[in-house]
Design a protein around this ligand. Sequence first.
Ligand code: ZN
Length: 315
Amino acid sequence: MKQIIFLLSIVFIFGCNSKKQQADNPPNTSSKLKDNKDEIPEGMRNSPLFDTTVVTPTQLFDNIYYVGYKGVGSFVVTTSEGIILIDAMWTSNDAETVIVPRIKELGLDPNSIKKLIVTHEHADHYGGARYLEKNYNAKVMMSKVAWEGLHDPNARVLVDPFGNKSSDLSVPKNYMELTDKQLVTLGNTSIQILLTPGHTQGAISMIIPTTDHGEPHVVAIWGGTGLPDTLEENKTYLNSLNYFASQAVTQNVDAQISNHPFSNDLLDKMTALRSRNPNDTNPIIVGTESFSTTIDTTLRKNVQEKIELLKKKDQ
Ligand SMILES: [Zn+2]
């Protein structure tokens, strides 16, 4: 039953709603991602989150690329001193067979991965972190709450949607704590971190200065799209969203990307980008006003509706 509840929550929140159990067992880097959709309860098998079709690696901006599945993936941020990777997908196997070869396909060097920022403590974002730490010496970075979450011995047992058990998934051995408004700098690039608990308690968001054909832009990543379960958690989510939006507006954010590319049309936009002509505009860049409006009409609207619903249930 617990598994069913867990999987149900996945469908609604684009991730898992459970923290990872203690994993003192040695990392099992040989574990292969199971992709047995028979293990996913019927009715959920068509959730886009579990779509493991590999996307053609795509350049989004001059210094930002997407590698991964249609369901979830990683962003590769290139700098003058190597790569900052954002998120590590489900498993070591994903890191080994999807992230690393796709980085090579882009003509980039996975050996230059210096830092790995993990957006939050759900297995679809940190599962490959230990592999990248061990084999590429990537410095794993996340919020303290996220780190504690994925080591919490009292957390519900995590079973990922493909049937991998917690003990199959490796956790990174070391991490650097990310704090609010911290700049993660590598060479000529600084990514600003915002602590935005809500989707999970340890979720972070990011603001990244970028360029498109040499023109400066600012892109934001909202840390965790799906809504949590309880009224309190949803109120926290809304507070964090308001904080994120105010910071983004102040910093002239004019584009947004998601590590679940089936949300906010990123899959379609990437298709367009792959056949983009030199004079075509970049479909990810929407302008500062449209960015704010989209926050209002999607993320904020959704959480406000859920808060109202939960309040009514409480009455
Ligand atoms: Zn998640």
